[in-house]
Ligand binder design. Structure first.
Ligand code: C2E
Ligand code: MG
Ligand code: MG
Ligand code: MG
Length: 280
């Protein structure tokens, strides 16, 4: 209805937006079938100790193996899944698959802590913490195997709810990492009252820090901040030896990035870990 007040909106509705909206609608339909149709898969990116080089844990990252579009990266469908509420089903699947993969790796003598991303949009479900604890228990894996990555946007929702959520997980031996640090809006007081064990510096600060003194100062400050709150600090997006050396000189604890490895399918991760362990 291009009448009255609607006229303005229509006028701003460009062909590109039309196409985007159409694509979103199509993707929404397709995404519905993706979970049940076995089209989601997890890739795993190893993260190593900056000083010893030992692999510390892996991060599970979801991909959508689309029949026509090929491998779709999460940036293209997670936001849509968050808007439509489908993120809950996806989150549940991701945790289950990550835990199952960890159990398979355990049988190969490659038990390794595994981090999963939990979206703030999943928190509309108040039973989420209990759900995660149950999934973790049923896996039979040792406490400390599962780690949950949350973002700052969660911290600004409801302090009490967030605290309860984190406490429930921590009591069950599930570890907490604060992801994408620096890109959200949380104040330092929030950070101090929700101590996660790991703080992840967003890759937008890490990439290009060598040619940008202000980025470098930020990275250094985040590392100190994390340490002063008793957290270990992870740098994402480490692509070069130079970046890694700089981060080590600034006392960063853990390194994640293409320099070590891209996210790998399970079989490739297994080969990677077997080779890596043999070499070091
Ligand atoms: P994130 O949790 O911050 O994950 C790190 C992202 O940085 C991953 O992108 C990873 O592939 C990328 N990365 C790591 N090292 C490098 C590097 O050296 N260079 C570059 N250019 N990139 C690097 P990915 O896999 O595309 O995931 C993007 C985001 O999608 C994630 O950011 C996370 O917010 C979201 N995501 C991924 N999987 C899930 C999931 O299972 N559930 C939810 N809720 N979100 C997910
Ligand atoms: Mg993450
Ligand atoms: Mg991250
Ligand atoms: Mg990030």
């Amino acid at each position: 209805t291009a009448k009255g007040e609607g006229r303005n909106q229509i006028a701003h509705f460009t062909p590109e937006m039309h196409e985007e909206a159409r694509l979103n609608a199509v993707m929404h339909q397709e995404l519905r079938g993706a979970v049940k149709g076995n089209q989601l898969e997890l890739h795993y990116q190893p993260i190593r100790n900056a000083r010893t080089g030992a692999i510390n844990h892996v991060e599970a990252l979801v991909r959508w193996r689309h029949p026509e579009r090929g491998l779709v990266r999460p940036d293209l469908f997670i936001p849509l899944a968050e808007k439509t509420g489908m993120i809950r089903e996806i989150g549940e699947w991701v945790r289950q698959e990550a835990l199952t993969a960890a159990a398979r790796m355990q049988t190969l003598g490659l038990l390794i802590p595994i981090a999963v991303n939990v979206s703030t949009a999943e928190f509309y479900d108040h039973t989420l913490a209990d759900h995660i604890v149950q999934q973790s228990r049923e896996s039979g894996l040792p406490e400390g195997t599962l780690m949950v990555e949350i973002t700052e946007s969660l911290l600004i929702r409801s302090q009490q709810e967030t605290r309860d959520f984190l406490r429930t997980l921590q009591n069950a031996g599930i570890r907490i990492a604060l992801d994408d640090f620096g890109t959200g809006y949380s104040s330092l007081s929030y950070l101090a009252s929700f101590p996660a064990e790991k703080l992840k510096i967003d890759r937008s600060f890490v990439m290009g820090m060598r040619s940008d003194e202000r980025k470098q100062a930020l990275v250094e400050t985040i590392i100190k901040l994390g340490h002063s709150l008793g957290m270990r600090v992870v740098a994402e997006g480490v692509e070069t030896e130079e970046d890694q050396a700089l981060l080590i000189s600034k006392d960063c604890d853990l390194i994640q990035g293409y320099l070590l490895s891209k996210p790998l399918p399970e079989q490739e991760l297994i080969s990677f870990l077997q080779r890596y362990c043999a070499d070091s």
